[in-house]
Design a protein around this ligand. Structure first.
Ligand SMILES: *[C@@H]1O[C@H](CO)[C@@H](O)[C@H](O)[C@H]1NC(C)=O
Ligand SMILES: *[C@@H]1O[C@H](CO)[C@@H](O)[C@H](O)[C@H]1NC(C)=O
Ligand SMILES: *[C@@H]1O[C@H](CO)[C@@H](O)[C@H](O)[C@H]1NC(C)=O
Ligand SMILES: *[C@@H]1O[C@H](CO)[C@@H](O)[C@H](O)[C@H]1NC(C)=O
Ligand SMILES: *[C@@H]1O[C@H](CO)[C@@H](O)[C@H](O)[C@H]1NC(C)=O
Ligand SMILES: *[C@@H]1O[C@H](CO)[C@@H](O)[C@H](O)[C@H]1NC(C)=O
Ligand SMILES: *[C@@H]1O[C@H](CO)[C@@H](O)[C@H](O)[C@H]1NC(C)=O
Ligand SMILES: *[C@@H]1O[C@H](CO)[C@@H](O)[C@H](O)[C@H]1NC(C)=O
Ligand SMILES: *[C@@H]1O[C@H](CO)[C@@H](O)[C@H](O)[C@H]1NC(C)=O
Length: 494
C-alpha cells in the first residue's frame, strides 16, 4: 500500500503530465512566453534521433532569454521537467544569436521544458525534426550583383545544382551562341529577402527567420522583379531586383528560406544620386552578367535591361562572336581527341562565353561612400605593370578597386564600340584578369587565345593581382576574390 500523500502527489504529477502537449515531428510550433502551458513543458515523440531547434522571435540579443532543457530518458507521466539543476539525460539547448539546436537519441521519447528565466514577454519557435534541423543558420551567403542610386540586384545562395549533361563523342554538341536557357526547377524553397539600412543594427539582433521577418521595416524597399536564375554552374538562385532604396546608403541583406533558414548577412552600398548607369540582368546568352552598364536609362516601363530591351547593336555581334567561336572550337575532334586531362571543349566554350560577356558589357562602378579610399582615383597608365591596386605600406596599405574614370569627351576610347555614346561621367570597373587566364587555360592551344601579361601591360585593361597573385598563385592575390560580403567589389568577374 502506498501512503496516501504519495498517491496524491503521483496523481498530481500524472494529471499535469497528461496536459503536456506532444510536439509534432517536422512541424514548426510557435509560442509566447506569457502563454505557456503549466508546467511549461512538452513531450517529445519516440524517435531514433531528433534534431531539435529553437528560435527566438523577439527581444534583444542582450538577454535575458528563456532557456530550453531536454531530457531523453523517457516521457513517462512522472518525469519531472528537466531544468537548470540537471540530472541524468538532461541537456540544455544552448542559444546563441537567438538560435539553438540539439541532436540526440529518443528511444523512449523525452521532455522539453522552457525556463522563462526572467525574460520579458517574448515569442519563440520550436522545431522537432527527424531529418535536417528545421531552423538553420546557413553557411552559404546571398550574393550582391550591383546597385544603382536606388536599386539593387541580389541573388540568394544557390539552392539546386543544374543538371547539365556533359556532351560526348560522337554526338559532341555544344550550346549555341544564344544559349537556350534551361527551364527553372519546378519547386524551390520559399525565399524571403530582408533588406534593412545597416544603421538599424539588424545584424546585431537574433539571427532567426521569425525575428528577421518581423524587422521588415518602414523602408520603402520593394521587390521590382523576382525570378529563378542559373547564373553559373554553382546552381539555381533566386534573383531579386530591389527598388526604392536611398542613394549612398549602406544596407544589410538577409535571405530567409522557408521562414526558418537564415542566409546572411551581406552588406552593400547604393551609389550616389548622380550615378547614371542602369542594371542589366537575365541574359540567357550571358547568364553571369548582373551589374550596371554605361547605357541610357532603360526604355519606359522597364526597371532594368534584360534580354527583351537590350539594343541589338550590342547583342547581335556578341552572339555572332560566340557562334563563330563555337564553330572554330568544333573543328577540334572534341570528346575524341583530348587536349587536356582536366578540361574539354564544353569548359572552354563556357569560360570563353564568360570572358566575352565580361568584355562586351563594360561594368560601371563608383568609389564606396564609406571608404572612398578603397577605390583607385586615376587610371593605371598603359605601361602599368602588375598590381596597381595595393598602395601604401604596412598598416596604411589599402586595396584599391580596379576602377578607372572614363573620359566621356573621347567616346572613341570607350571599351565596347557597339555601345552608344554615354555622355554622363562614369568609371569602369575593369574585368578581373582571371576571367581571361581561365580561357587561356581551358581552351585548346590551336585557338591562339592569349591574355595580356601582368609584367607587361595587363593592368591597363584588367584588374590584376586581386584574386590570384601577380605571379599567378591561385587565390593568393590582394583580396583572394572579386568581391566580399561587405559590399566591396574589386574587379569584374563577369
Ligand atoms: C504574447 O502574449 C501577450 C499576453 O497575452 C500579448 O500581450 C502579446 O501581444 C503576445 N505577443 C505576441 C508576439 O503575440
Ligand atoms: C540521450 O541522448 C544522448 C546524446 O545523443 C545519448 O548519449 C544518450 O544515450 C541518450 N539517452 C538515452 C536514454 O537514450
Ligand atoms: C540532424 O541534422 C544533421 C545536420 O545538422 C544531419 O547530419 C543529421 O542527419 C540530422 N539527423 C537526422 C536524424 O536526420
Ligand atoms: C545529339 O545531342 C543533342 C543534344 O544533347 C540531342 O538533341 C540530339 O538528339 C543528339 N543526336 C543524336 C543523333 O544522338
Ligand atoms: C535568344 O533566344 C531567346 C529564346 O531562347 C530569344 O527570346 C531571344 O530573342 C534571343 N536573343 C537574341 C539576341 O537573338
Ligand atoms: C512563403 O513565405 C511567406 C512568408 O513567410 C508566406 O506568407 C507564404 O505563404 C509562403 N508561401 C508558400 C507557397 O509557402
Ligand atoms: C522579371 O524579369 C524577367 C527577366 O527580365 C522577365 O522575364 C519577367 O517577366 C519579369 N517578371 C515580372 C513579374 O515582371
Ligand atoms: C562570324 O562569321 C561569319 C562568317 O564567317 C562572319 O560573316 C561574321 O562577321 C563573323 N562574326 C563576327 C562578329 O566576327
Ligand atoms: C557597410 O557596413 C558594414 C558594417 O558596418 C561595413 O563593414 C562595410 O564596410 C560597409 N560597406 C560599404 C560598402 O560601405
Amino acid at each position: 500500500m502506498l501512503p496516501e500523500a504519495f498517491l496524491l502527489l503521483l496523481s498530481a504529477a500524472i494529471s499535469s503530465a497528461q496536459t503536456r502537449q506532444e510536439l509534432s515531428i517536422n512541424q514548426l510550433a510557435s509560442f509566447n512566453t506569457s502563454r505557456l502551458p503549466n508546467p511549461p513543458s512538452f513531450n517529445l515523440p519516440d524517435q531514433d534521433e531528433l534534431n531539435i531547434t529553437v528560435a527566438l522571435c523577439a527581444g534583444s540579443n542582450a538577454g535575458p532569454f528563456p532557456r530550453f532543457f531536454v531530457s531523453n530518458s523517457t516521457h513517462s507521466a512522472i518525469e519531472d521537467d528537466p531544468g537548470p539543476s540537471g540530472g541524468t539525460d538532461v541537456y540544455e539547448i544552448m542559444v546563441g544569436d537567438g538560435h539553438g539546436s540539439w541532436t540526440g537519441k529518443f528511444p523512449s521519447g523525452g521532455v522539453l521544458a522552457v525556463d522563462v528565466n526572467g525574460a520579458p514577454q517574448t515569442t519563440f519557435e520550436i522545431g522537432v525534426s527527424n531529418a535536417d534541423p528545421m531552423h538553420e543558420v546557413l553557411t552559404n551567403l546571398p550574393l550582391f550583383g550591383d546597385s544603382t542610386a536606388n536599386q539593387a540586384l541580389i541573388f540568394s545562395a544557390p539552392f539546386l545544382a543544374p543538371s547539365l549533361p556533359k556532351p560526348s563523342y560522337p554526338n559532341y554538341t555544344l550550346p549555341g551562341g544564344n544559349l537556350s536557357f534551361p527551364d527553372p526547377p519546378s519547386s524551390s524553397p520559399n525565399f524571403t529577402i530582408i533588406v534593412q539600412s545597416t544603421a538599424s543594427g539588424i545584424a546585431s539582433g537574433h539571427q532567426t527567420g521569425c525575428f528577421l521577418s518581423s524587422q521588415r521595416s518602414s523602408l520603402n524597399v520593394n521587390v521590382v522583379n523576382q525570378t529563378l536564375w542559373l547564373k553559373d554552374a554553382d546552381g539555381w538562385r533566386s534573383q531579386w531586383i530591389l527598388g526604392g532604396l536611398s542613394p549612398s546608403t549602406n544596407y544589410t541583406v538577409y535571405v530567409v528560406q522557408d521562414s526558418t533558414k537564415v542566409s546572411g548577412p551581406i552588406y552593400f552600398a547604393t551609389k550616389s544620386a548622380a550615378y547614371s548607369c542602369p542594371l542589366v540582368a537575365s541574359l540567357p546568352y550571358c547568364p553571369g552578367i548582373a551589374y550596371t552598364i554605361p547605357l541610357p536609362a532603360p526604355p519606359p516601363g522597364a526597371a532594368f535591361y534584360d534580354n527583351g530591351n537590350l539594343p541589338e547593336a550590342i547583342t547581335t555581334p556578341l552572339i555572332s562572336y560566340l557562334t563563330n567561336f563555337t564553330v572554330s572550337l568544333g573543328t577540334f575532334a572534341c570528346g575524341r581527341d583530348i587536349y587536356s586531362p582536366l578540361v574539354g571543349c564544353d569548359d572552354c566554350q563556357r569560360e570563353y562565353r564568360k570572358w566575352l560577356c565580361a568584355i562586351t558589357f563594360p561594368r560601371c562602378g563608383e568609389p564606396s561612400p564609406s571608404s572612398s579610399g578603397s577605390f583607385t582615383s586615376s587610371s593605371a597608365p598603359a605601361s602599368a605593370t602588375g598590381l596597381s591596386a595595393v598602395q601604401g605600406t604596412g598598416d596604411a596599405q589599402k586595396v584599391f578597386s580596379a576602377l578607372v574614370p572614363q573620359d566621356t569627351g573621347r567616346p572613341e576610347l570607350r571599351r565596347n564600340q557597339n555601345f552608344p555614346e554615354f555622355t554622363n561621367p562614369y568609371s569602369l570597373l575593369l574585368p578581373c584578369i582571371e576571367t581571361c587566364n581561365v580561357v587561356d587555360r581551358t581552351c585548346p592551344a590551336f585557338l591562339g587565345f592569349r591574355c595580356p601579361l601582368p609584367q607587361f601591360n595587363a593592368a591597363a585593361t584588367y584588374g590584376v593581382g586581386y584574386i590570384d597573385s601577380t605571379d599567378g598563385d591561385q587565390d593568393k592575390g590582394a583580396t583572394g576574390a572579386a568581391q566580399d560580403r561587405w559590399g566591396n567589389v574589386w574587379c569584374n568577374s563577369g
